[in-house]
Design a protein around this ligand. Structure first.
Ligand SMILES: NC(=O)C1=CN([C@@H]2O[C@H](COP(=O)(O)OP(=O)(O)OC[C@H]3O[C@@H](n4cnc5c(N)ncnc54)[C@H](OP(=O)(O)O)[C@@H]3O)[C@@H](O)[C@H]2O)C=CC1
Ligand SMILES: O=C1O[C@H](COP(=O)(O)O)[C@@H](O)[C@H](O)[C@H]1O
Length: 581
């Protein structure tokens, strides 16, 4: 097969292109614009690319790609949907290529999310899904594999089997090596067969181990990028192991793609209650005035899983819980929680504010982190394995499966407020939540009724991200009757009671956003840099000094050290109080 003799994948034109202002003006959001092809082609001339696909310039974006919203998620979904059902879409087609289609994430999350979008009519009329991986599979075998994990919405089961069958008929497979340009060229040929006569947009989802990200991006961008439509790449975490490797990864990806083509996914940003965080803060007068050191005593960001690393020990052992959960999922939530009001809901405005928070944070110190690792034990006739029982984990591994950290944002809003982060595997429960503990009421008239433990009676706002999504505020009230006895109650918004509609999976929202060019929920490279800067020194110190994690029994509440850490800042973990357990 004839391949381009040399990869002029990145021409010098890129350096002149990458001036920040130029980038911004080229990618500034617009509302839906049914732009004629002529304008799209004008754009292509401006967006000279680094990578040539068989002699064709590869455009970065077209106006379809800019379909997005400055007016919030509802409009965004609606806008996207309307666009997909408009006459315009007859001229365009979308190819979604799941690279690593044989893997765990693809099966568990990506294909089911794509089906859910199809089921809800959120995908454009003309679309094709291609699985790509080394495993040998026919289209039929891929369809059979996918069909095992597709489900229909609980609240909408009509035509489920028909819809599933229709979706599966749009799914195809190509087997190839991740670094093989020849194999990606074959993929390109197959894609073109399906895309005939249409402006083709291509979305690659890299659902593969991180050491092959760059090879796959190189092959995809040089041999299988869209010629006239946009090409975007969703990159899964981990985005490096520390500041240096993350920067290297970014630099390598940017040899083949520009920042606007890279969609770094943090699926926690796609979770319904994380999305709702900004709505809660910025659309309710009652919260924003309280959102600072003046009223908030501490903030807790808690992640726990009631199972171990089963099946993923190999990956996990080279990363550990700090990199797996804390540096990304919890820190992203923290940034959204603590940011100033953005200028607008535009992706860049939001991400600018998040970066400011991250850059205002104090680098984590080793005295402010506690690490743990689960150990096996037997209880009630059942045996629970230790982390090191995992066949993919070395017996002497010091990798933490639990971590608790105290972090601070050195700005005027949050000065001295502890942000306590806690993440662990093989704990007693599964959940993710944000807890906001408010200050004590000064000169409280009712303190006599509370007893000595004031903490027990302070207000606490809990945003339960999962499971059983809820937002509740703990308040004090009088027990009805002639006496004066006080009680604790929850003002509770429990989603399952209030809304009958099933909450979409995070991957659905994120895939839809990537398709419509909405970058708000994806991580920009400067955010990533700032996030790594906070954790890299402590990660290095823990590793260089071979700090041994405190052992905790599988299924327990984690190491005792986490309590001492909280106590150092006069905090008690809210998830462990008797009211909440
Ligand atoms: N699984 C999960 O729950 C989550 C995963 N992620 C991230 O998503 C990505 C994919 O995860 P997951 O599906 O679990 O990964 P897998 O380990 O299942 O790998 C995906 C596919 O990549 C190919 N592959 C695996 N190892 C290698 C290798 N050493 N060299 C070349 N190809 C290889 C295999 O396909 P084949 O052999 O057919 O080529 C495999 O089916 C990773 O970056 C992971 O960190 C992020 C969050 C959660
Ligand atoms: O990113 C990851 O997330 C999962 C937890 O995701 P959730 O949506 O099920 O809460 C975690 O198990 C995994 O270790 C990590 O890589």
């Amino acid at each position: 097969m004839a391949l381009p003799s040399s990869h002029s994948c990145f021409s010098s034109t890129f350096s002149s292109f990458s001036s920040k202002n130029q980038e911004r003006s080229l990618f500034t959001r617009s509302k839906i614009d049914f732009t004629p092809f002529s304008r799209i082609f004008t754009r292509f001339r401006v967006l000279q690319r680094k990578c040539f696909n068989n002699g064709h310039l590869i455009p970065l974006e077209n106006d379809f790609g800019d379909t997005s919203t400055v007016e919030g998620p509802v409009k965004h979904f609606k806008a996207t949907h309307d666009h997909f059902s408009s006459p315009e879409q007859n001229k365009t087609t979308l190819s979604i290529i799941v690279v690593g289609a044989s893997g765990d994430l693809a099966k568990k999350k990506i294909f089911p999310a794509l089906f859910a979008l199809y089921y809800e009519d959120f995908l454009p009329e003309h679309f094709t899904v291609f699985g790509y991986a080394r495993s040998k599979m026919t289209d039929g075998e891929l369809r059979n594999m996918i069909s095992q994990t597709l489900t229909c919405r609980i609240d909408k089961r009509e035509n489920c089997n028909d819809k599933m069958e229709q979706f599966l008929q749009r799914c195809f497979y190509h087997s190839g090596q991740y670094g093989s340009e020849e194999n990606f060229k074959e993929l390109d040929d197959k894609l073109k067969e399906k895309e005939t006569g249409k402006l083709a947009n291509r979305l690659f989802y890299l659902s593969i181990p991180p050491d092959i990200f760059v090879a796959a991006v190189k092959s995809a961008s040089c041999l299988a990028a869209s010629q006239f439509g946009w090409t975007r790449v969703i990159v899964e975490k981990p985005f490096g192991r520390d500041s240096e490797s993350s920067r290297e990864l970014t630099a390598s990806l940017k040899k083949y793609l520009i920042e606007e083509q890279i969609f770094r996914i943090d699926h926690y940003l796609g979770k319904e209650l994380v999305e709702n965080l900004s709505v809660l803060r910025f659309s309710n007068l009652v919260f924003e005035p309280l959102w600072s050191r003046q009223y908030i005593r501490n903030v807790q960001l808690i992640f726990s899983e009631d199972f171990g690393t089963e099946g993923r020990g190999g990956y996990f052992d080279s990363y550990g819980i700090i990199r797996d959960i804390m540096q990304n999922h919890l820190l992203q939530i923290l940034a959204l929680f603590a940011m100033e009001t953005p200028v607008s809901l535009d992706a860049e405005d939001i991400r600018n504010e998040k970066v400011k928070v991250l850059r205002s944070m104090r680098t984590l110190q080793v005295d402010d982190i506690v690490i743990g690792q689960y150990k096996g034990h037997s209880k009630g006739g059942k045996t629970y394995p230790s982390y090191t029982d995992d066949p993919q984990v070395p017996n002497n591994s010091l990798t933490p499966t639990f971590a608790a950290a105290a972090m601070f944002i050195d700005n005027s809003r949050w000065d001295s407020v502890p942000f306590l982060l806690k993440a662990g595997k093989a704990l007693h429960s599964k959940g993710a939540e944000i807890r906001v503990q408010f200050r004590h009421v000064p000169g409280n008239l009712y303190r006599r009724n509370f007893g000595t433990d004031l903490d027990k009676n302070t207000n606490e706002l809990v945003i339960r991200v999962q499971p059983n999504e809820a937002i509740y505020l703990k308040i004090n009230n009088k027990i009805p009757g002639l006496g004066m006895r006080l009680d604790r109650s929850n003002l509770n918004l429990l989603y399952s009671t209030k809304y009958t509609k099933e909450i979409p999976d995070a991957y659905e929202r994120l895939l839809l956003d990537a398709i419509s060019g909405e970058r708000r929920l994806f991580i920009r490279s400067d955010e990533l840099d700032a996030a790594w800067a906070l954790f890299t020194p402590v990660l290095k110190e823990l590793e260089e000094k071979h700090v041994a994690p405190e052992l905790y029994p599988y299924g327990s509440r984690g190491p005792v050290g986490a309590h001492y850490l909280a106590a150092k800042y006069n905090v008690r973990w809210g998830d462990l109080s008797s009211e909440d357990s």
